[in-house]
Design a protein around this ligand. Structure first.
Ligand SMILES: [Zn+2]
Length: 316
């Protein structure tokens, strides 16, 4: 009987559309617009932490030990011509020390990019890629600007050399993702200027704010291992504070770049119900269904590499 009534109503609906009343292409169920899709970081986490260190000096060995102890990941920007020089890591050390971390470019000879001729710029950065690739066996796709000196007119050159991100030293104090990955301003320089009374504890304060926030956030801290010769204890305290957080995804810089790229490649249907992930890695979204009474509750979905999912398919 119920089935019969269902068919009866369906017939009435079809009839009411009528032959002269063409269905409006834009009259999809407006309620479907009440579905909000938000990015989540890998494993569905709300936040991400990236730690990046420059210059490849010997203290990197102790630094990487501390990162490993707290299961954190680091990105290490190296100058290939300085490897095996006094005070710097040796080539052999670079080959073994950074397992699970990222090796990235910082110029062959640590030359500031501004003022370099085009030929010298290509030598400094493309040759650094090539040399570091020979040492690490990895494809090097990122860099940090030596002395933080960047030139927006040079970004196309860096792109043509195969760089996908380039980090500056311009601290923003914020937790957002930069618009241009080749002008990647970090959140802050670890313990920078903290001898000035106003800045004391600023790095810890930023870490605390990051851990407390309830919105999608990236904490990007950078520094040099030689800056910690008298600060290993506070550095360890900082790492302990940031480690083992259920809301935080721990990424190298290039892992973050790859994840953001996969997120941006998602194909989403007009009604937001069907999502396809053409990339090689899983992407995570938080879904808010405003049609529900508990609209503040978000559900996390994983869209695996190559998969297509349909939201709320059970209700259709
Ligand atoms: Zn440097």
């Amino acid at each position: 009987m119920q089935k019969f009534i269902g068919i009866f109503f369906l017939l009435i609906q079809v009839a009411s559309v009528g032959a002269d009343e063409a269905p409006d292409l834009f009259s999809w169920n407006l309620k479907e617009r009440d579905i909000i899709l938000d990015m989540r970081y890998p494993e569905g986490k709300l936040k991400a932490l990236v730690l990046s260190f420059d210059d490849g000096m010997r203290q990197d060995l102790k630094l990487v030990e501390l990162l490993n102890k707290y299961q954190l990941r680091g990105t290490f920007h190296l100058n290939s011509a300085r490897l095996s020089m006094p005070y710097y890591l040796t080539i052999e050390e670079v080959k073994t020390a950074f397992k699970g971390h990222e090796i990235s470019a910082h110029g062959v000879n640590h030359q500031g990019l501004t003022g370099l001729s085009r030929a010298d710029m290509f030598y400094e950065f493309l040759e650094d890629r090539r040399a570091l690739e020979a040492v690490s066996g990895e494809i090097i796709r990122g860099m940090a600007y030596p002395f933080g000196r960047y030139d927006i007119n040079a970004l196309e050159n860096l792109k043509s050399m195969g760089f996908e991100y380039a980090r500056t030293v311009k601290g923003t104090g914020r937790f957002d993702i930069p618009q241009n990955p080749l002008l990647w301003h970090p959140t802050a320089h670890i313990f920078a200027n903290e001898k000035k009374p106003l800045n004391q504890g600023r790095t810890f304060q930023l870490a605390k704010e990051f851990l407390a926030t309830e919105s999608v956030s990236l904490l990007y801290l950078w520094g040099h291992s030689f800056e910690y010769v008298d600060k290993w204890k506070p550095l360890e305290a900082l790492f302990a504070q940031l480690s083992d957080q259920s809301q935080v995804s721990y990424l190298t810089h290039i892992q973050l770049v790859d994840y953001l790229s996969a997120y941006r490649q998602l194909k989403i249907s007009a009604d937001k119900m069907t999502i396809h992930n053409p990339s090689a890695i899983s992407v995570f979204l938080a879904i808010t269904d405003m049609r529900k009474a508990h609209a503040h509750e978000k559900s996390i979905v994983e869209i695996e590499s190559g998969a297509t999912i349909t939201l709320f398919s059970a209700q259709k």
